[in-house]
Design a protein around this ligand. Structure first.
Ligand code: APR
Length: 326
């Protein structure tokens, strides 16, 4: 096991990188488990890092059906903000590198915990991308007896009451530049209290509130996604490799896929900023740990297999507005 930044690797790190590349090129059945760290350099905060608080709330406290029942206005404000930020963000080279690997290796399946839509926007082949936790851009009815679901709803804001408030910096000018969006993740920025009448309603049952189509704590993962992954796991042959990318791998059942893959023979390759964030079962002999920003190290390390990335029409890299985790 060795740490590495792909840019100036030591001899030992270079040997680790080459041993991984050699294994990847020979692998036919490959999994990836993706987490929020993959999108960090696109400017989207992770959950358990410094960006974990939204106003005064732990982001994970707002991600429950109970929180939505108690205060649907607040939960929608949180998700509307996340939809807005995700739409403003751009996929980074790691999203594109994984999409390219999926095109080149038939037996590569990606399991993503991310709901930000960046892998789909990097044209990751849809049938090879399993969204374990749903998507910010799906909406569904919160009523128990209504099964309304709408995919790919990119309307921002989804209802006028959820628009991000703006401020006019300088009241003496009418320039559009003077209008700036306020950062409503900061508790000092006022947001109104919203209730039923302000929030999006179900067009089918006409009664229920719509809710974001993400998997909240205490909810089951989408059954179709789970059965697709089960079918893949049960296919003939061992699993050669699982890449664990930008995730703290602490949230189950998603994190359980690392052990499931290992049980089918997989070696584990972790790509993470934080050397302590290894899967719960630790690293075994023959596993790899590559330390660094996934957006930088993943395309570098995958390069001998996928080649140089050419088409990144919407990439975040080297743009002025690309910021790191925070
Ligand atoms: N490159 C690589 N890794 C990074 C980077 C980066 N630029 N920035 C942060 N990381 C790592 C962190 O070290 C951490 O291990 O990404 C991981 C992010 O962990 P979490 O915030 O816990 O996010 P994630 O693992 O996706 O969370 C899983 O928890 O809250 C729920 O449903 C939510 O899908 C989410 C799930």
């Amino acid at each position: 096991m060795a740490s590495s930044t792909a840019h100036h690797p030591s001899v030992a790190q270079q040997a680790e990188i080459e041993s991984f590349q050699d294994h990847l090129s020979k692998s036919t059945r490959i999994l990836a488990l993706l987490g929020a760290g993959l999108s960090a350099s696109s400017g989207l905060p992770t959950f358990r890092g410094a960006g974990g608080l939204w106003r005064t709330h732990d982001a994970t406290d707002l991600a429950t059906p109970e929180a939505f029942s108690r205060n649907p206005g607040l939960v929608w404000q949180f998700y509307s903000y996340r939809r807005h930020m995700a739409l403003k963000a751009k996929p980074n080279p790691a999203h594109y590198a994984l999409a390219e690997l999926a095109r080149q290796k038939d037996g590569f399946l990606t399991l993503s915990q991310n709901v930000d839509g960046l892998s789909p926007r990097a044209k990751h082949p849809e049938d090879r991308l399993k969204l374990l936790h749903g998507s910010l851009f799906d909406v569904k009815c919160f009523e128990f007896f209504c099964n309304y679901v709408e995919r790919n709803n990119y309307t921002d804001p989804i209802v006028p009451a959820l628009a991000i408030p703006t401020s006019e910096e300088d009241p003496t000018t009418t320039s559009a530049l003077a209008v700036r969006e306020l950062d409503i993740s900061d508790e000092r920025v006022y947001i109104p209290e919203l209730d039923y009448e302000h929030l999006p309603k179900c067009p089918k049952c006409k009664r229920g509130l719509l809710r974001p189509g993400v998997v909240w704590f205490g909810e089951a993962l989408p059954s179709g996604v789970l059965s697709d992954i089960d079918d893949w796991m049960k296919q003939k042959g061992k699993v050669d490799l699982i890449m664990v990318i930008g995730t703290s791998a602490k949230v189950y059942p998603a994190a359980g896929y690392v052990d499931a893959a290992r049980a089918k023979g997989a070696r584990v390759a972790v790509f993470n900023m934080d050397p302590n964030d290894v899967p719960a079962s630790g690293l075994y002999e023959g596993d790899w740990f590559f330390q660094g920003d996934a957006a930088q190290i993943l395309p570098e390390i995958l390069k001998p297999v996928i080649g140089e990335l050419k088409e990144m029409p919407d990439a975040a890299a080297e743009q002025d507005d690309a910021v790191t985790d925070g």
